[in-house]
Design a protein around this ligand. Sequence first.
Ligand SMILES: [Zn+2]
Length: 246
Amino acid sequence: MDFCKTQAITLRRSDYSNSSQIVTFYTRAYGKIRALAKGSKRAERKSRGAIDLFSYTEIIFVQKESTDLHLLAEWEPLRDFPAFRKDIERFYAACHVVELAYELTEEADRNEPLFDLILDTLYGLSLSKRTEVVLRAFELQALKLLGYLPQLEECVNCGTGFAGNPGAVFSPVGNGLLCKRCAGEKANQSLSPGALRAAAFLASSSTAACDRLRLPQRVSEELRSLSRGCLTLVLNKPVEMRKFMR
Ligand SMILES: [Zn+2]
């Protein structure tokens, strides 16, 4: 029986009994874990802060060898995000972030840069009014960190660089971007040179820098389409993009 201490972000919660919950955390040191939080719903525990969705906490859990459901021993809030309780758009944007983090990761697969990205994005969403650009940056960077982001500089088929070209086309079949010549006549979901540059910037810049990026409406739509295409391919199911998150 090992006691493990780590920073954690709450991705999901579900009721286990009248007083207890099963909580899924993304942790800095152990990746995604599920833990039984006994008594987490009792009033006296509230003095330490309830385990809210999105909350950033320090936890101690008992690692069980026989099961992947661990036992939460202690939790201490490090940061709460009240903005998500006051603003429905921010709330749904934050839901999108923790749901994607949940869906894109396997249990116990540690990825510290991804932990930092989730945390930075929640900070960004709690402060910024420009949820769409912060979300696109999160999606592209999470895909990149997990090795799913297509090569944005050259055609996956012929290797022609996109610089100076009329743009590219996302190909679900090839899991990458094709130049217009390789994509052929029937290609849709075209990405303009401006969208390719914006995608490369968002995939590699800090949340604060992404927040300052101003995008024309058409480029935003192209990026949304690229992001949705990649995520649908990785998750093997359609990804819902709520209307007011656009
Ligand atoms: Zn090509």
